[in-house]
Write a protein that binds this ligand. Structure first.
Ligand code: UDP
Length: 273
């Protein structure tokens, strides 16, 4: 386990009374969208909180919640329970930010998982946290590790493994991870499988933080192309992804359904803070 090197400022001084136990750091405020908790954290606060989890110990699941996650959770009770039980569920979708306003619990900004992974690599290199990359296609996690190491001298990515989210492989994968005891485990099996995988296995993993990262390694390696910065800023990254990966159209039908469900739901439960 990495040693603490610096104190972290409170994320949200106006947060509610649920604290991260013994940490002195309050849990951020959150919105509840179609029953799913989404924490109101900025990019900076997300990285600080994850660093705080590593420094203070315990085991923490982190999820990157977007509208597709929430729609899946409304029909998948295990996923619903998992998202609501995390240490941190950050708003990885502009639709979540808009929806939070309908509920009178505005989330300040979108926090993209890939931006957090890049920033975490910097924090890990600076503070000596170790990382392990699980999942993605053949050779992708390895290549992503090389690229991040090149950009962050001193970064210790202590293992990568493709494997599969099949329960029959879980024991073998956990053994591999526990052999190197990383501080931070990133799991790229796509949602909801990666998040359910973490939820099932976190208790037996000797790690501090596990986070589902979806297609992040594909973006880092250039297998998938990210939208230009101006498209990201304008809130249309989802449209760019649909254009570059059109096979996603069926999954993305969740977006208009999500909008309609949120409007109706927020009318019956206007404030969720
Ligand atoms: N993936 C995997 N094994 C699986 C299913 C998915 O390694 O059984 C990987 C896939 O190669 C990709 C990542 O999971 O790198 C994310 O998949 P997807 O793009 O569907 O996730 P999203 O970003 O939409 O959550």
């Amino acid at each position: 386990m990495a040693q603490p090197t610096k104190a972290v400022a409170a994320v949200h001084s106006a947060g509610d009374t649920r604290g991260h136990s013994g940490s002195g750091l309050r849990r951020p405020r959150s919105a509840r969208i179609l029953g799913v908790r989404v924490d109101d954290v900025t990019n900076r606060e997300t990285v600080d909180l994850i660093g705080h989890f590593v420094r203070t110990g315990g085991k923490h699941q982190v999820a990157t919640v977007n509208p597709e996650f929430i729609m899946e959770a409304t029909r998948n009770p295990e996923f619903f329970e998992t998202l609501n039980s995390t240490s941190l569920s950050f708003p990885d979708g502009i639709g979540v930010v808009y929806a939070s306003r309908l509920y009178g619990a505005p989330i300040r900004e979108r926090v993209a998982g890939i931006d957090i992974v890049r920033a975490l690599a910097g924090t890990a290199a600076a503070e000596g946290f170790t990382m392990f990359f699980l999942g993605a296609g053949p050779g992708i996690a390895d290549r992503a590790a090389e690229i991040l190491r090149a950009g962050h001298p001193g970064l210790r990515i202590v293992g990568t493994w493709g494997g599969s989210p099949s329960p029959s492989e879980e024991e073998d994968i956990c053994t591999r991870i526990n052999a190197v005891k990383p501080d931070i485990l990133l799991v790229a099996y796509g949602a909801p499988r990666q998040d359910l995988w973490i939820s099932r296995n976190l208790h037996r993993l000797e790690i501090s933080v596990a986070m589902g990262v979806g297609g992040t390694f594909d973006f880092i390696t250039g297998v998938s192309r990210r939208a230009p910065a101006w498209v990201r800023r304008s809130g249309f990254e989802w449209l760019h992804r649909l254009g570059s990966e059109p096979w996603r159209w069926r999954r993305m039908l969740a977006l208009p359904r999500f909008a309609v469900r949120c409007v109706l739901d927020s009318l019956s439960s206007p404030s969720s803070r």
